[in-house]
Design a protein around this ligand. Structure first.
Ligand code: SAM
Length: 274
């Protein structure tokens, strides 16, 4: 008998053949499943939405970490909101200038399940530079001022506890938590399926940050494949920053050429941001 997993909205979905279920539980926040799949290896799924998989995680985690951490000239203190699978943390630790990575994840069970079943992704948690706070990232940024060089919002889709992570009020609090030349990035969904939200986010960001950019990259296990990273910066611009530091990074997707090219937007995406 064949088993298939479907990640779908009311109108669209992706289907993936499953060869096993390594873990399934309901935490206080969501259902957490780790599937074994033919095509993508092990796959983390929260409330029936694909979060990451062994086969394609490198694209997303490298872009979410290295675009901001190379754009900032000397990032020392990094805040990751969400990101309980540890992939962004693993990539942030590749930067020698980074002295602290604080992860603020609302669901401790996500971290524990990923450390057990996705050790290749959740490989950075034992690094002495990593600090973990179990809590709401929305509340966390309200309580810090000027502390972080880079903030990375690696959240679930705008549902449940993540809804507030896509709002202007949160972005203003992020700006307050950033140092005077700090910058932040957030995963901001699909330009095909979430265009109204994407336009709203960029209109909000342009009222808060002098530099606002959108980067595109492909994640096969996300709806429609094409995914976005939105960046807000108080000073440094990913289009003009030096990229020498990118050369030494051990990566499979991110490169200095990909960094710059990812900000070249097709006309339909430019129109979404207007
Ligand atoms: N890369 C994935 C994506 O783009 O959908 C996200 C992966 S990561 C597992 C998302 C994490 O965000 C989840 O573990 C979830 O518990 C966490 N999360 C959601 N809302 C949060 C909040 N308000 N504060 C902190 N963590 C939150």
């Amino acid at each position: 008998m064949e088993c298939w997993f479907t990640d779908r909205t009311e109108t669209f979905g992706i289907v993936c053949r499953v060869t096993g279920i390594l873990h399934r539980e309901r935490s206080p926040y969501q259902e957490i499943v780790v599937y074994e799949t033919d095509q993508f290896g092990r796959m983390l799924v929260l409330d029936d939405v694909v979060m990451t998989s062994e086969a394609d995680e490198f694209v997303y985690h490298e872009m979410m970490a290295h675009v901001p951490l190379v754009t900032h000239p000397s990032p020392r203190r990094v805040l990751v909101i969400g990101g309980g699978d540890g992939g962004v943390v693993r990539e942030a630790l590749k930067h020698p200038s980074v002295e602290e990575v604080r992860l603020v994840e609302i669901d401790q069970r996500v971290i524990e399940v990923c450390r057990r079943h996705l050790p290749g992704i959740a490989s950075g948690f034992d690094d002495p530079r990593v600090r973990v706070t179990i809590g709401d990232g929305i509340e966390f940024v309200k309580g810090v001022r000027g502390e972080y060089d880079v903030i990375i919002v690696d959240s679930t889709d705008p549902i449940g506890p993540a809804v507030g992570l896509f709002k202007a009020e949160f972005y203003r609090d992020v700006a307050g938590a950033l140092a005077e030349d700090g910058l932040f990035v957030a995963q901001t969904e699909s330009p095909f399926f979430d265009a109204p939200l994407l336009g709203e986010i960029h209109r909000s960001l342009r009222e808060i940050f002098p530099v606002v950019r959108l980067s595109l990259f492909s994640v096969p296990t996300y709806p429609g494949g094409l995914w976005t990273l939105s960046l807000g910066s108080k000073r440094h611009d990913p289009l003009t920053c030096p990229l020498e530091r990118a050369r030494g990074l051990a990566t499979r997707y991110y490169s200095p050429e990909v960094h710059r090219a990812s900000f070249v937007l097709p006309p339909f995406v430019q129109r979404v941001l207007e």
